[in-house]
Design a protein around this ligand. Structure first.
Ligand SMILES: Cc1ncc(COP(=O)(O)O)c(C=O)c1O
Length: 366
């Protein structure tokens, strides 16, 4: 009990977010996981789109309709939130009570782990193993389920590895959850990088699925904080009511700008996809030439999570930063110190130079 309380107190902050905000920047930044930020001038915006006052209720109807239309769901299933971060917070807060057991993937996006602990969940883990291509294994999940499990939590694509979990696997996970009267929360912030129309989502796989997402990573629109939760209507309603205790009312100009951005999404997506395809090819070529790294190489997305064959990535990350002005995310933030995460969503000059410097640092450590 004391340990659980300590864990909860510790979880009032995220070590990873603190590092990302204070220490991840570098001249050649390969530590970001999304597309480089779009500027307001790149969107076609009128002054009326910046209107700060509007009707306050449970969601801005034009925004709810656009998100609902995008995913082919009823507006009653959509809850808007400030980014996937707050969508996750609201979803978890609505889905679990203190003391409930949840099953979270490992390695995991640390803020999700901290959030679950902060909300008082008993967090159990299931492993996604490098040797198994970081895949979600329904058998591994089943082994770790207990009669007290209320929720299974997965990121898709997986952060940090970038690996996609397919619908068949998710359906199996959904069946396991249903047998236990539990739900499945899928954080789909990276799944938007499939750039499919209509976009893929686990929401259609059954009522037990709750999904979260945002325009942040795939479209470089983090600044809008346009996030959403898709949940069955009764649950969505509970989330709206709970939100009255949290954010209560969103920034109206943000809602309006999100509508503008959603209407311009195809053009933004085309540029983003082109950049990621090109950078992924460059990263694959880079990895082909390195016998000191091994990596699972996803076909999609903006991140990879290579392993330094000779053990710990800490020296590499320090050397990169200090001598080569380049940053990647140390694997310790994902409970995998032999690995490091490379992001490929930045501009091409930064990415190419950053990769070159990564190569030089690795050579120096041989
Ligand atoms: C899995 C995952 N979920 C959520 C977020 C945060 O998304 P947002 O910026 O939309 O809040 C991140 C950011 O790194 C992430 O990796």
């Amino acid at each position: 009990m004391i340990a659980a309380q300590d864990e909860r107190r510790e979880a009032r902050a995220s070590k990873y977010m603190h590092w990302a905000k204070t220490s991840s920047r570098a001249r050649f930044n390969l530590a970001t996981s999304g597309l480089a930020n779009v500027k307001l001038q790149e969107l076609q915006v009128s002054l009326a789109d910046l209107e700060i006052s509007g009707e306050t209720g449970y969601g801005y109807p034009p925004l709810l309709s656009l998100i609902a239309e995008r995913f082919g769901v009823d507006s009653a299933c959509v809850v808007t939130a400030a980014g996937t971060s707050f969508a996750n917070h609201l979803a978890l807060a609505a889905l679990i009570n203190p003391g409930d057991e949840i099953l979270l993937e490992s390695p995991a996006y640390e803020p999700l782990l901290a959030l679950a602990r902060y909300l008082g969940a008993q967090v159990k883990r299931f492993q996604r193993k490098f040797e198994n291509g970081w895949r979600v294994s329904p058998d591994e999940i089943e082994r770790n389920l207990s009669p007290r499990t209320r929720l299974i939590v997965i990121t898709n694509f997986h952060n940090p590895s970038g690996v996609l979990t397919d619908d068949d696997t998710l359906k199996e996970v959904g069946e396991l959850a249903t047998k236990r009267n539990a739900r499945v929360l899928v954080d789909e912030v990276y799944l938007q990088m499939l750039f499919a129309e209509p976009p893929c989502t686990a929401f259609h796989l059954g009522n037990q699925f709750v999904v979260t997402g945002s325009l942040t990573k795939a479209f470089g629109l983090s600044g809008l904080r346009c996030g959403w939760i898709l949940a069955e209507p009764e649950l969505a309603r509970r989330m709206w009511l709970l939100n009255d205790l949290f954010a209560a009312t969103p920034v109206h100009a943000g809602e309006r700008l999100s509508v503008v951005a959603l209407k311009q999404l195809p053009a933004i997506a085309e540029l983003a996809q082109g950049r990621l395809d090109k950078h992924r090819q460059l990263l694959n070529q880079f990895l082909d030439g390195r016998d000191d790294l091994e990596a699972i190489r996803p076909q999609f997305g903006s991140i990879m999570f290579p392993r330094v064959k000779q053990g710990n990535s800490e020296r590499l990350c320090d050397l990169l930063r200090e001598k080569y002005e380049t940053s990647v995310v140390p694997g310790e933030f994902f409970e995998q110190p032999a690995h490091f995460r490379v992001g490929m969503g930045g501009d091409s000059i930064t990415f190419v130079e950053g990769l070159d410097r990564l190569g030089q640092a690795l050579d120096e450590l041989r």
